[in-house]
Write a protein that binds this ligand. Structure first.
Ligand code: HEC
Ligand code: HEC
Ligand code: HEC
Ligand code: HEC
Length: 447
């Protein structure tokens, strides 16, 4: 996607943080796998050319020195962040298509070992000063939090603000009190925000091309109707006169309103504005089409497969779970029915994609994951592969040892389903009624 853009038009690529990981927390034993993934991502992005980026808490959770190493070929901006000896520049000027794009990068408190040398908004002000008047457009990228975009947008000289912490997805940029335009390209790398800038000679300020074009179109259309009404008035019969007069009045007013709207949409001094057009591009379909990218991803899968921490035979952590085979003998009908559901092959789906050792995948494709005594990591699953009986009925160790009524959850509820059918990983496909009907076994069955 980035490659295509770069080939077709002068492009500046920026990121608002949490590029490599999404939260402050990475469990110790996950770190190596996370770092490996981040390295692949960093390599691919560096190849495409990153023009400016700010760190987020997820990025620094990988380790500050790891982040510095990852981004050695990428221009990180974080002018108000101090992590021990490590500091980053506040601004950068990127040249694209004959224009100079000034970028200011600031963060909030994103790591316990780092401090802020300056309040983010003060840093933005300093950034505007540093860039001076030599740049054609000023973009702030910040990883600070929700109200940041409002405040940074109010700093004179700022044209656009991209805030990465809030993760808002904005097809149409918004602005507060004539401040800078606020962008948002969503979370989890699912969408790419593409902002196209058209510099207009002699213009100042920016306006949404979608809206400007809309007003111009309205003006043109209303002017045509006014023209028609005037012609009608000039040629009509005496009895139609009143009707045409009313139309002329009506469209005269409409044209005046459209003209006023257009004037307001243009800069206040009457000069033209530069135009921008924003869109959000869904990345799912286009991802992985590139051979070089595919090769890197394949290498990553191989690397994860062969990580010592992964293949090393970690003893299974099955806790109070026993696995579906242990239930088979006494609950044959339920077992037979369960075997026909995709739950019984959920682990196979992971193996087909060679993702069974990926710590971010196994949890919903096995039984008992993240129970305090159950598997915490992909290599601790043992024979708890697949979404077994105990995923819905609860752990069965005690029950199997001395079966009695009341030990197991007799009628699992929707709540147990949506732990895994979480609306995100399953693309929101879960529909209780249709899904329920596919997994229940006859309640008449008794051991
Ligand atoms: C431990 C996680 C987990 C729980 C709990 C869970 N599921 Fe699933 N479910 C999965 C996974 C993973 C798949 C995909 C299996 C595959 O094809 O690899 C799946 C698939 C399904 C399917 C098949 C969908 C299709 O594409 O045809 C249905 C139906 C379903 N689940 C219903 C339910 C219902 C109803 C519940 C609650 C009573 C539930 N599941 C609880 C993880 C879970
Ligand atoms: C939050 C729980 C969860 C996590 C984490 C998860 N999955 Fe799933 N996965 C599901 C559920 C639920 C389904 C069933 C979706 C449906 O059919 O409605 C599913 C379905 C699938 C399927 C489809 C099976 C098929 O052929 O229809 C594959 C493949 C899969 N997951 C792979 C993965 C991979 C790879 C990862 C890690 C990147 C992953 N899953 C992480 C819950 C999860
Ligand atoms: C040795 C035989 C045996 C084994 C093995 C066994 N069960 Fe049971 N199960 C029973 C008996 C007996 C009952 C009680 C039936 C009753 O009195 O209604 C029962 C009841 C249940 C109930 C209904 C709960 C209730 O309180 O009404 C569920 C659900 C259940 N078992 C699930 C499982 C699961 C899951 C496994 C495997 C982890 C399993 N059972 C293994 C014999 C067994
Ligand atoms: C996806 C969730 C899910 C899985 C997996 C699952 N069950 Fe169930 N089970 C249910 C639900 C929901 C009910 C209650 C509705 C019904 O009676 O079918 C139920 C009912 C039961 C009952 C009857 C309880 C009663 O009222 O007497 C037994 C026994 C049982 N399951 C055993 C099993 C066994 C054994 C397995 C594994 C081979 C299994 N279940 C796998 C969801 C599940």
């Amino acid at each position: 996607m980035l490659k295509e853009l770069r080939e077709s038009t002068p492009t500046v690529v920026v990121d608002g943080g949490d590029l490599f990981w999404k939260s402050r927390v990475i469990r110790d034993r996950d770190l190596a796998q996370r770092q490996l993934k981040a390295q692949t991502q960093a390599k691919l992005l560096a190849q495409q050319g990153m023009d400016a980026m700010v760190p987020g808490e997820g990025d620094l959770a990988l380790g500050i020195s790891e982040y510095v190493a990852l981004t050695q070929d990428m221009p990180v901006l974080a002018g108000n962040l101090v992590c021990g000896e490590q500091t980053w520049p506040l601004t950068r000027v990127v040249r694209a298509g004959g224009q100079k794009v000034g970028v200011i990068g600031v963060t909030g408190e994103i790591h316990p070992d780092c401090t802020l040398s300056q309040d983010p908004i003060d840093a933005v002000k300093a950034g505007v000063e540093q860039l001076g008047s030599s740049v054609d457009v000023v973009l702030v990228i910040g990883h600070v939090g929700h109200s940041f975009a409002d405040h940074a947008g109010a700093v004179p000289g700022v044209d656009f603000v991209l805030e990465g912490e809030s993760g808002s997805a904005r097809k149409n940029p918004i602005r507060k009190d004539e401040g800078a335009w606020q962008l948002g390209s969503g979370k989890r790398g699912k969408t790419l925000g593409v902002l196209t800038l058209s510099f207009v000679k002699g213009a100042s300020g920016w306006m949404d091309q979608a809206s400007a074009v809309g007003i111009e179109e309205r003006l043109e259309q209303r002017s045509d109707r006014l023209e028609e009404a005037r012609e009608g008035l000039a040629t009509c019969s005496e009895e139609d006169r009143g009707k045409y007069e009313a139309r002329v009045d009506y469209f005269t007013q409409e044209v005046a309103e459209a003209e006023a709207d257009l004037a307001a949409a243009r800069a206040s001094d009457g000069a033209l504005s530069h135009l921008f057009l924003n869109k959000l591009v869904e990345l799912e379909a286009s991802i992985g089409e590139d051979d070089a990218v595919l090769a890197e991803l394949e290498a990553l899968t191989l690397a994860i497969d062969s990580m010592p921490a992964q293949v090393a035979s970690s003893p299974p952590r099955i806790g109070p779970y026993v696995g579906a085979e242990s239930c088979r003998g006494c609950h044959t009908d339920a077992y037979t029915q369960w075997k026909t559901t995709p739950h019984a092959a959920a682990y196979t789906s992971l193996e087909k994609e060679r993702k069974q050792l990926d710590n971010s995948c196994f949890g919903c494709h096995v039984t008992g994951a993240f129970h305090p005594e159950g598997p915490q990591y992909a290599n601790e699953v043992g024979h708890l592969k697949n979404v077994g009986c105990e995923s819905c009925h609860g752990p069965g160790k005690e029950h199997v040892a001395g079966p009695k009524a009341g030990q197991m959850t007799a009628e699992p509820r929707e709540a147990s389903c949506v732990q895994c059918h979480d609306g995100v990983q399953d693309n929101g496909d879960f529909d209780l009624e249709t899904y329920w009907a596919k997994v229940v076994h006859t309640s008449a069955e008794k051991p």
